[in-house]
Design a protein around this ligand. Structure first.
Ligand code: AMP
Ligand code: MN
Ligand code: MN
Ligand code: MN
Length: 280
């Protein structure tokens, strides 16, 4: 069967902008046959997305993208085919949510010192919203107020390391995220490994530890990768016996460099994560 699959997407339950049903409608327009919703550290959108997928005859995969820290950097782990009712998974999500809320409040406190904000704390309104608060929400708010030209500009000027609104964060360990995903019956995929700023040797060590802790896959097909990135990801997949996953990391229609469902197909020399998922 011909499949058009996207296993890494976001909705407004984390830092995407579309409601889950809107995301699914877009997936249907793009003729996707299988879709995972993988919001950061939450499963809140899965019921709505699953129902919408049923209407559009798209196979739905329960997902989430868990935030971890490893060797001082943030590393993301996508869980697929997870059971959202898992207490261990929900506990992991709750831990990260609490850290995120404290961090966003700290960022708001720093930014309120900017003359342009004149003592106003942006985080108060953001933390009153439902869902997972992220720095991307802060970035959008800075754009909306004309303090930055776009979200990337907002990160570069205010939110990135060494900028006035930067707050570092130590997240849970990779092992804890893998334990939660495994307890929820899911398979774990190392997300966008080409974006981490590790040396080749350290990236290899990350994959080794990820596999040893129960990881199953690594993202290989994704938008915006250079041929050199893809070669690197293929090599890591093969060296560490990780299956290749495929996903756009779609957040919003306004960011055309992460288009829903549009990326190169998985190279033949890599095993597909689809074979590790529940059969259709
Ligand atoms: P947080 O998880 O709170 O650090 O928020 C980070 C989110 O913002 C990520 O999930 C990305 O969607 C987005 N993001 C991170 N870094 C950047 C950046 N430099 N420019 C634009 N968006 C970014
Ligand atoms: Mn995001
Ligand atoms: Mn990510
Ligand atoms: Mn993502």
């Amino acid at each position: 069967m011909f499949e058009l699959v996207d296993l890494h997407t976001h909705s407004h339950h984390s830092d995407g902008v579309l409601a889950p049903a809107e995301l699914v409608a877009r997936a249907a327009l793009r003729k996707l046959t299988r879709l995972a919703l993988t919001d950061h550290d939450t499963t809140a959108g899965l019921d709505e997305a699953r129902a919408a997928c049923q209407q559009h005859d798209i196979a739905f995969v329960n997902g989430t993208e868990l935030t971890t820290s490893w060797r001082g950097q943030e590393v993301h782990i996508v869980g697929l085919d997870i059971d959202p009712a898992s207490a261990a998974l929900q506990a992991q999500c709750a831990t990260v949510l609490a850290l995120r809320r404290t961090r966003i409040a700290a960022i708001g406190a720093l930014l309120q010192r900017l003359p342009a904000l004149a003592g106003e704390d942006l985080s108060i309104a953001l933390l009153a919203e439902p869902g997972i608060p992220t720095r991307l929400h802060v970035a959008r708010e800075l754009v909306r107020r004309g303090l930055a030209g776009g979200t990337q500009d907002a990160f570069d000027r205010f939110l990135a390391r060494k900028r006035p609104g930067y707050v570092g964060q130590e997240w849970p360990t990779i092992e804890s995220a893998l334990t939660a995903i495994t307890a929820a019956g899911g398979v774990a995929v190392l997300a966008h490994a080409h974006r981490y700023k590790f040396s080749a040797g350290v990236l290899g060590e990350l994959c080794r530890q990820f596999k040893q802790a129960g990881g199953s896959g690594i993202e290989v097909s994704l938008p915006g990768t250079s041929p050199a990135d893809t070669a690197r990801l293929v090599r890591l997949a093969r060296q560490h016996a990780l299956a290749g996953s495929m996903g756009s990391d779609f957040h919003e229609p306004g960011l055309p460099w992460r288009p829903l469902g549009r990326f190169a197909k998985l190279p033949d020399e890599v095993a597909s994560i689809l074979d590790r998922l529940r059969p259709l």
